[in-house]
Write a protein that binds this ligand. Structure first.
Ligand code: 5AD
Ligand code: SF4
Length: 455
């Protein structure tokens, strides 16, 4: 009889991709993915610890799972990802009903860990030591072997491809080097093979993933021929069938002119850039251990726009970093006015274990952080609306994400969401030209002009 796995993913796209890999691995051991945790024999929480709130969500879900396990004693519960990496053994002490703790480098071992539990060779499994010599296995071959992981999948048209993991930057607030380890790049050949397999399966949009894609290939012996990120991007862009190419995330300090020029040269590279600035004040950037100034950041933005005037630039901002004064925060607001980001993800600073900033003694009061966050987000919303209004009357190329008989939703090359009335039965991945008729803060609306099939 087949077994059922439910996986809940917290956090970033890196984790989403890791969850897919785990489901694919488990499907080879007879597991079928299900959409409800109550239908599962195995529940995996793939966790995030970037801020205290993300970690709290994991522990509150684990608390709820305790009740399910009382009713269903055979249920296996696994904690994977960044909280598993950070807390290790402690998870068993806090949550004794957890069976497996699997770190960010060990997800490939999950089937063997489960096997040992099932054969009752052990009562608990933990594997989460970060290994400096770790290399990312060539898991792309799983794609060939495991067609659909158990359940009917909605038509897929875009995929994330992990090109590296870990980070060597040690920003003073960030837990990632602790949870994901040091930077490791995958070999070029593995990445290209994975993209080719995905395209052969009908995937049209590829997003290359890494904590800091700009330093791809710089820090790993596995990459025999030194290949920088710009070179890799060009190789992926040349693979026939890659209609849309994106990547995330970039650290401004490593952003090269060669990479910026790719936006002028590669027709399938989408004009969208996520460039986290974190703060607009040089004093704060220095304490954050970001290795650029606001001036350098602004120069990079100007250079990017000189190669690709319509590029949509988004950012991440932390407000209320220890020691941030009202004057420092005004610098962040000023940077927002100068760049006029298309969108941003903004967060209140949160202390994380084993980070340097956790020990800083000039913490900003919670209500001050809350008030600054609100001010930033309000202004960003207005700017996003104004940015979106620039699309009014323009015709944009939309890749369909979902559609019902009359309504459809998709994304522009700049990654803006567009809702439109659907002329015919559209499939995810179809391209439609849409004239924008309405702009909101978070999305656009429009009318279709012509579809791929009628071209
Ligand atoms: N507190 C608040 N936000 C944080 N981020 C990372 N660490 C912290 C922290 N300790 C934010 C940064 C990063 C995004 C993924 O999360 O803005 O770019
Ligand atoms: Fe969260 Fe960072 Fe881990 Fe992604 S890498 S899951 S954002 S802590």
């Amino acid at each position: 009889m087949s077994k059922h796995v439910y996986i809940k993913t917290f956090g970033c796209q890196m984790n989403e991709r890791d969850s897919e890999i785990m489901v694919q691995l488990l499907s080879q051991s007879g597991y079928i993915a299900v959409g409800e945790q109550t239908d599962a024999d195995l529940v995996i929480l793939n966790t995030c610890s970037i801020r205290a709130k993300a970690e709290q969500k994991v522990f509150s879900m684990l608390g709820m799972l305790r009740k399910q396990k009382k009713k269903q004693p055979d249920l296996r519960i696994a904690v994977a990802g960044c909280v598993a990496q950070q807390e290790g053994e402690q998870i068993f002490h806090r949550m004794p009903h957890v069976d497996i703790v699997v770190g960010t480098q060990q997800l490939y071992q999950l089937p063997e860990m489960l096997g040992r539990l099932e054969r009752q060779e052990t009562t608990r499994e933990i594997s989460c030591d970060l290994d400096k010599e770790f290399t990312i296995p060539p898991f792309q071959r799983l794609l060939e072997e495991a067609p659909a992981p158990g359940q009917a999948q909605p038509a897929e048209f875009r995929k994330f491809v992990t090109i590296m993991q870990g980070c060597n930057n040690y920003c003073s607030y960030c837990v990632v080097p602790k949870t994901r380890g040091r930077e490791i790049s995958r070999p070029v050949a593995d990445i290209l093979e994975e993209v080719q397999l995905l395209i052969a399966r009908g995937i049209k949009e590829i997003t290359l993933l890494g904590q800091n894609v700009n330093s791809y290939g710089c820090t790993n012996a596995v990459v025999e021929d030194p290949t920088g990120f710009a070179d890799l991007l060009k190789m992926v862009a040349e693979i026939p069938g890659v209609q849309r190419l994106r990547f995330t995330t970039s650290n401004p300090q490593d952003l090269s002119t060669e990479l910026m020029q790719c936006f002028r040269e590669l027709p399938n590279l989408c004009p969208q850039f996520h460039l986290p600035v974190q703060a607009g004040s040089n004093a704060v950037l220095k304490k954050m251990h970001r290795k650029y100034t606001r001036e350098i950041y602004l120069e990079k933005v100007a250079e990017l726009r000189s190669y690709c005037p319509d590029i949509a630039i988004c950012t991440d901002v932390i407000v209320g970093f220890p020691g941030e004064t009202e004057k420092d925060f005004a610098q962040t607001m000023d940077l927002l006015e100068t760049v006029r980001f298309h969108g941003s993800y903004s967060f209140k600073y949160s202390d994380r274990p084993h980070t340097r900033s956790a020990d800083f003694n000039d913490k900003v009061a919670e209500e001050v952080k809350g008030e600054r966050l609100q001010r930033f987000q309000r202004r960003q919303d207005t700017i996003s609306l104004e940015r979106n209004q620039e699309f009014l009357g323009k015709t944009v190329e939309v890749m369909v994400e979902s559609s019902s008989p009359s309504k459809a939703r998709g994304r522009t090359r700049t990654n803006h969401i567009v809702h439109f009335t659907s002329p015919t039965d559209l499939l995810p991945g179809d391209i439609v030209l849409v004239t924008v008729t309405h702009a909101g803060e978070h999305s656009l609306q429009g009318e279709p002009v012509i579809t791929e099939s009628s071209l």
